[in-house]
Design a protein around this ligand. Structure first.
Ligand SMILES: *Cc1c(COP(=O)(O)O)cnc(C)c1O
Length: 486
């Protein structure tokens, strides 16, 4: 191809684009076909298999100075990487809280990679897509339509942003220049909160000890009477309470705090009300589950993930803040070279880099936008509901089996239970059973500690999981338990 001034495409210079695109095009089509085959046949393969040591060795190479054929590098990916991935695509992956992804989201990742847009700022359509996604998130949560927000890697960072916005709402934006020296800010959350919450307090310079972990009731919800007592004591001791964090779906058991009561408490005491809804917030898309979240619409900020229950491929976390001015004053950039113009590419008002710590950012929004557009939010809500129904089925089965014991109430999609044997160390036994399941490739629940004992924890998140998968997993636990417990 020749440009108008007569120069050829490369003009004798080096470029990474091929001179002839046809081979790469063929390879690209093959990759897509192969990945569709992989998705179509997932169920037949193991959930997970350990990467063999010789293959780990083979992957370790010095910086490749010389080019290699893309076909050869792809072959290495197929042989060394693809078979030994996390396993969360598989319908019997039930560990932690991992989303299953979806094929439209996968294709969106390809398109986003092709555009290679930088969503830090400037005036372009990809940023409009992200603004649309944030508006949808606000709508999902029942937030005002002018709420602000930004996509980030995950809820850990979204929670950190929530803490930072709450911090500057309390101390004023001057905290950005003055720091927190000498102030004694304290925050409150439940003892069942995710470990990223104390980490957010660390990173915000407030210290993890300034986060009061309030004990929970039997349902795993923060005890509001104890919350009030802690607040009184802190005030009496001269500390400055500034933030209360409710959890919508605790990571251990899926419990949902009484968000409406916490909203009232926060309003009475002048506290910022943040909700960690990492997976649970997506329950708002199901008419049946939505009432469980009542009060979330009164929060000042909500952090959640599209990459868990909303089935968007990793990574896609989200923070939404009710008052856009608060988020902007926490992060708004000053640097001269980022100066906003009123026309041209450097125009476009508030940029995503004004709303969080990242400057350069990828086009995460596209896979969220395409996933929600193609399947529809109702269908995502129906999937969430379906996983809760599967969890209820699993809980009922556990309750029927004499050698299984359920260890926590089932609020949403998580079931904690253990295998019971007449003698021996039950914690050890259940940890071994879980590892046996992983290594067999049959199923992958995880473990947690409930009330001081080790539980097998099945979080049903994946849209591909069905009743047979639940039966297969329970049967595998029983069999492993019998073998080991005998
Ligand atoms: C998963 C989870 C987090 C952390 O989210 P990431 O996306 O992994 O950073 C925080 N809180 C809860 C309740 C979670 O389930």
């Amino acid at each position: 191809m020749t440009t108008t001034d007569g120069a050829t495409d490369t003009d004798g210079m080096e470029s990474l684009d091929p001179a002839d695109w046809s081979d790469l095009r063929v390879l690209g089509h093959r990759m897509i076909d192969d990945m569709f085959d992989h998705l179509q046949t997932l169920r037949d393969g193991p959930v997970w298999q350990k990467m063999p040591d010789p293959l780990r060795q083979e992957l370790r190479q010095a910086l490749p100075r010389q080019p290699q054929a893309p076909e050869a590098v792809y072959e290495t990916f197929q042989r060394l990487v693809q078979p030994y991935s996390t396993g969360n695509l598989h319908p019997r992956f039930m560990g932690w809280v991992h989303g299953g992804g979806n094929p439209i989201g996968m294709l969106a990742e390809l398109l986003a990679g092709g555009l290679n847009a930088n969503l830090g700022g400037r005036d372009h359509a990809p940023i409009e897509v992200e603004r649309q996604v944030i508006a949808w998130a606000a709508e999902m949560l029942g937030f005002p339509s002018d709420s602000s927000g930004v996509l980030v890697t995950g809820t850990s960072i979204a929670n950190l942003i929530g803490v930072l916005v709450a911090r500057s709402a309390k101390l004023g934006p001057s905290v950005r220049s003055d720091g927190v020296d000498g102030t004694r800010l304290v925050a409150y959350t439940s003892a069942a909160a995710h470990g990223c919450m104390p980490r957010a307090m660390e990173m915000a310079g407030l210290g993890r000890d300034a986060l009061r972990m309030i004990p929970c009731d039997a349902e795993g919800r923060m005890r509001l009477d104890l919350l009030a007592q802690h607040l009184e004591a802190d005030r009496a001791a001269g500390a400055q309470p500034f933030l209360v964090i409710g959890t919508a779906g605790t990571v251990n058991t899926g419990a949902i705090d009484d968000l409406r009561a916490i909203a009232g408490f926060a309003a009475r005491h002048g506290l910022w009300f943040h909700v960690d809804g990492a997976f649970g917030a997506v329950a708002a898309l199901s008419p049946k589950l939505r009432p469980l979240l009542a009060g979330i619409e009164q929060a000042d900020s909500v952090a959640f993930d599209f990459h868990k229950w909303a089935q968007v491929p990793y990574d896609a976390g989200c923070i939404v803040v009710r008052d856009p001015a608060r988020q902007l004053e926490t992060f708004g950039a000053e640097a001269a070279y980022l100066k906003r113009e009123d026309r041209g590419l450097a125009a476009g008002g508030v940029w995503p880099c004004d709303l969080g710590p990242d400057l350069s950012r990828g086009f995460r929004a596209l896979k969220v936008w395409m996933t929600l557009s193609v399947y529809g939010a109702d269908r995502i809500g129906a999937i969430a509901e379906q996983t809760c129904d599967l969890a209820a089925t699993l809980a009922a089965r556990v309750d029927r089996e004499p050698s299984l014991e359920r260890l926590a109430p089932v609020a949403l999609n998580i079931v904690c239970f253990r295998y019971i044997a007449a003698q021996g160390d039950l914690d050890r036994l259940n940890a071994d059973i879980t590892a046996d399941l992983h290594e067999s490739g049959i199923a992958a629940p995880s473990t947690t500690i409930i009330g001081g004992v080790l539980a097998i924890r099945a979080a049903i998140v994946n849209h591909r999981t069905n009743h047979t998968d639940i039966t297969v997993m329970v049967n595998a636990v029983l069999e492993a338990g019998r073998k080991r417990g005998a």
